[in-house]
Every structure is written in C-alpha cells, then in structure tokens.
Design a protein around this ligand. Structure first.
Ligand code: GAL
Length: 377
C-alpha cells in the first residue's frame, strides 16, 4: 500500500515536471544551453545581431563550423517571441568562386542588418578577412537585399574613412599626418597605448582604417552608424553611414584611443547612448565595460562593468555582440553575448540576459532560465 502511494506520487510528480518543462521550454531562454530552432536543430548564428521588422525579430549570425573560417556564410532565424526561432536559411552564402572576396575559407564575422526606409533595402555589414590572410585584412563587407530573409547581394568591402580626420582631431594631429604623408617613426614599445593608437591611425590614414569587430546602430532621426574596432583593435571608431547605409560619410569619432575595446553593442535609452564592449583577448572571455553619452559624438563616460555576481569579471564566460530593445515592452533590453568554444566554434553558446537599470547604469546578472514574455510589463 505504502509502495503504491509512493509510486502514484512519483508518477504525478514526473508528469507535472514534464509538463512544466515543456511549457517552460518553448517560452524560455536558457543562457549557455544548446539552443534548438523550431526544427530541433542547434541554432548556428554566432556574433549575431537582431533586426526588428514588421512583427518579426530576425537574428543574423555567423554559421560556424569547427574552425573560424566561413564555409557556409551568414544565416538568419526569425521569431515573434524571442524564444522560438525558425531557420530562414543562409542569406549570404560564401562563394564557390576562388577569386571572390567572400570565397569559402574567408572569415565573415559579426553580421548586422538595418532596414533603410528610403531605399527599401535591407543593408548588411560584417567583418571580412580575406582567405589565407589570417586577421590582417581587417576589412568590412556590405550586402543588400529586398527582403529580410535575402538573398543578400554582396556589394564589396572597404577599409573605411580613407583620408578623413575624426571629429575633434587636433591641429597637431592633422599637421603631423599631412607632413609625414601618414605615420612618422613608430613609437617605442614602452610608449603609452594612446600614442601607439595614434600611430596606427596615422599609418592607415590614406589607405583606410581597419574594421574588425563591429555593430550597426540606427538612430531615431534615421541616421545609421557603423561601430568597429580599428587601429589594430586599439580604438573603436563610431562612424556615420550615408543615406543609403552602404557607404561611410567620412564623419567619425575615436572612442578612447588606446582603450583596447571590441565586440561593441550600442543602444539608446531615454535619449542617451549606451555602449557595451569587451576587452581584446580573442576567444577568451574578459570583463565587459559600459559607457554612456548624451551625444553619439561624445563625450562618453565609462561607468564600469555592467555584469554583477559570480563570473561577472569574465562576462559569465562570454563576449558581447548586441543589445536588443524589446518591442511593446517598457524599458526592456536584452544583452546578447557569445560563449565561444575555441576548440569547436560551432558549439559556442548564446548568453541572452535581461538588462536591469539603476539610473543610467545597466546591470546584467546571470540566470539559468528566463521567459521574455513574462519578464517585463
Ligand atoms: C575576438 C573577436 C571575435 C573573433 C575572434 C578571433 O576577439 O571578438 O569576433 O574575431 O577574436 O580570434
């Protein structure tokens, strides 16, 4: 009798647990777990960013194999609830043509997409490294499409803002670069980081600035910005795009020269600009940093690490890629990060965590599981 009672209780508990699991599983986000798409396949969209368009979220990201090079291309998934993602295919495949810049074996990283209301085009930018050149090309590629699910047409790549000085450039910097036709003698290894950054900036002045880790940001006034790691990753550049979003206007600012930040994620809240970045340690995690400004051109104020709690000094073993404003919710933002697995990049995991705010300071805590639909009012 006693055994039968226990058995019944066990069956009821297991049934309840299974039901809770299935209800929860379809609506929840589990940071760091393998994330399946609606076909039951692991989502492969690393270094990703989200476009919100006509009732859907579109998650663009790098299709990763075991290694860093691109063998497939850029993928997109779409969702209405941020938890269930439908695979909408490869929107910018690598090319079979060995002479193409995006031939199989190149590196395509951190794709981001904006919709341009004036041209009606979806515009993608990504970090491009040419096949066989490791990470030395430091170029940025652009592609456009008529629909968010593509196909995207590759337009080409660039080293941005050749021959342009940043906003606020000193007359001393202008004179030095012009009189040296670029960079003068290289600084000593013991020179301050800002001096080394200035030297890299001058070195690339005529040929165009390096553009590695990147994001895009569309402001309320319709102006688009491209934020990328330049100057051998010593300095992030925040650069304005033209009205087609496919070219740089030449107006840009240097965010803390020598600051060594990458993996930028820029968003706007209550009229202020926020930028979350990582340090530069390759696939290895490090501490995130948050900065805030009234104007995108600065001055920017660094507030420190937005992550709190255990593991916060390594961003919970992850690296920022995007901050998503959630639609139809008050003050709702999600921090998107990658937990890289350098031995098998395809198995890198996603850490999506809700952001809370104390005044203008964001706070990110690790949680095992959360439900976007229930999280905000
Ligand atoms: C990281 C960067 C990644 C990838 C990696 C390659 O610093 O954030 O996107 O480029 O380096 O080592």
């Amino acid at each position: 009798m006693q055994f039968l009672t226990l058995w019944c209780i066990a069956v009821i508990l297991i049934a309840a647990g299974t039901e809770a699991e299935s209800v929860d599983a379809s609506n929840s986000i589990r940071p760091g777990a393998v994330w399946m798409d609606t076909n039951g396949e692991p989502i492969n969209a690393h270094g990703g960013g989200i476009l919100t368009h006509d009732g859907f979220y579109y998650w663009y990201g790098e299709h990763k194999g075991k290694r860093h090079s691109a063998e497939v291309g850029i993928r997109v998934y779409r969702s209405t609830d941020l938890s269930n993602w439908e695979n909408a295919g490869v929107v910018l495949p690598v090319s079979d043509d060995p002479t193409s810049e995006i031939t199989s074996g190149c590196v395509m990283e951190r794709p981001k997409v904006l919709y341009n209301e004036h041209t009606g085009k979806f515009v993608m930018w990504f970090h491009l490294e040419l096949k066989g050149h490791r990470y030395n090309a430091a170029r940025t590629g652009c592609a456009i499409a008529d629909t968010p699910t593509g196909p995207f047409r590759y337009l080409g790549s660039t080293r941005p803002n050749a021959g342009r000085f940043p906003v606020g450039a000193s007359s001393e910097m202008r004179e030095q670069i012009i009189s040296n036709r670029g960079a003068g003698p290289e600084p000593e290894p013991s020179a301050p980081k800002s001096e080394k950054a200035d030297w890299f900036f001058a070195r690339d002045f005529y040929g165009g600035q390096m553009a590695r880790d990147m994001t895009l940001f569309l402001d309320d006034d319709g102006t688009a910005y491209h934020i990328f790691a330049a100057e051998e990753n010593y300095t992030l550049h925040i650069a304005e795009l033209d009205e087609t979003f496919t070219r740089h206007t030449g107006r840009f600012m240097r965010f803390f020269p020598g600051g060594h930040r990458e993996a930028p994620a820029l968003f706007k809240r209550n009229g202020r600009y926020h930028l979350i970045t990582s340090g530069c340690t390759g696939w290895a995690p490090n501490a995130a940093q948050h900065a805030v400004a009234d104007s995108i051109w600065g001055p920017w104020e660094i507030t420190g690490n937005p992550c709190v709690g255990e593991g916060s000094n390594k961003t919970f073993r992850s690296q920022s890629t995007f901050v998503l404003p959630v639609v139809n919710k008050q003050d709702a933002f999600v921090f998107l990060a990658d937990r890289w697995n350098r031995d098998n990049l395809a198995d890198s995991r996603y850490l999506w965590l809700p952001i809370e705010f104390e005044g203008d300071k964001p706070t990110i805590r690790f949680v095992d599981r959360w439900i976007p639909a229930n999280h905000w009012n």
